[in-house]
Design a protein. Structure first.
Length: 230
């Protein structure tokens, strides 16, 4: 009888284990993910990750992504992004809210250099994360008139005339003018982009001139040309 009394509890315990009834009422542990910035694919050193580079005067755009936290869940409240240390390059900005899983930096940088900025995100679930980024801005590309290489096509008195001129580099805004010589009477040069020579010539002859394009920094590009009107 005593041996039976000792074995009964052991048998019952084995049955409870076999049928998975142990620990009834206890909750299984849940795994939580920490809100963080996604830096995969970026070059990171000493905790600072390099974002895409840009050039003075050129349009810039860079997305910043986060994961975990409220990202991927029903997004009731957008995460809020703020700069907590350093600064973005002058001319760039970042909205405080953008999307459920990220933000965007955009604009037209106005100064060259490498700028380090620490961005903090607070999501709708009360989670917080920080990440330091760097952005390198290069000096503007040289201003130059790229087309046409030889200006310009001939025209005829009383006939409509059009010649487009294209340029690259520099820093907006831009202004165009005739620096030397003159256009055929009846034609004119637009003073701002898109730059073109238009009109209807009224006088026959060959006219020589120099087109000048100037940017906001004072850089200048010139293109010498002539137009023969018959």
């Amino acid at each position: 009888m005593r041996i039976r009394n000792l074995l009964l509890p052991a048998v019952l315990a084995g049955l409870l284990v076999a049928f998975g009834l142990t620990g009834v009422g206890s909750a299984a542990p849940t795994r939580t993910q920490t809100l963080r910035f996604i830096t995969t694919g970026l070059s990171c050193s000493n905790g600072v990750c390099a974002l895409g580079s840009g050039s003075v005067g050129a349009n810039y755009g860079q997305n910043i992504a986060i994961s975990a936290g409220s990202c991927g869940r029903p997004c009731v409240t957008l995460p809020v992004f703020t700069v907590v240390a350093g600064s973005l390059p002058p001319g760039l900005r970042m909205p405080s809210t953008y999307g459920c899983c990220g933000d965007a930096i955009g604009g037209r940088p106005s100064r060259a250099g490498t700028f380090t900025v620490t961005i903090q995100v607070n999501d709708g679930a009360g989670n917080t994360a920080r990440q330091a980024f760097s952005i390198t801005i290069s000096p503007p590309a040289p201003l130059e008139i790229t087309f046409p290489t030889t200006c310009c096509n001939a025209g005829s008195v009383g006939q409509s005339y059009l010649k487009n001129l294209f340029f690259s580099g520099g820093v907006a805004p831009f202004a165009a003018s005739i620096a030397v010589g003159q256009l055929p009477p009846g034609l004119k040069l637009s003073s701002s982009p898109p730059i073109s020579i238009t009109g209807s010539p009224t006088t026959a002859g060959t006219f020589t001139f120099t087109v000048s394009v100037t940017d906001s920094t004072g850089a200048q590009a010139i293109n010498q040309g002539s137009i023969n009107i018959s």
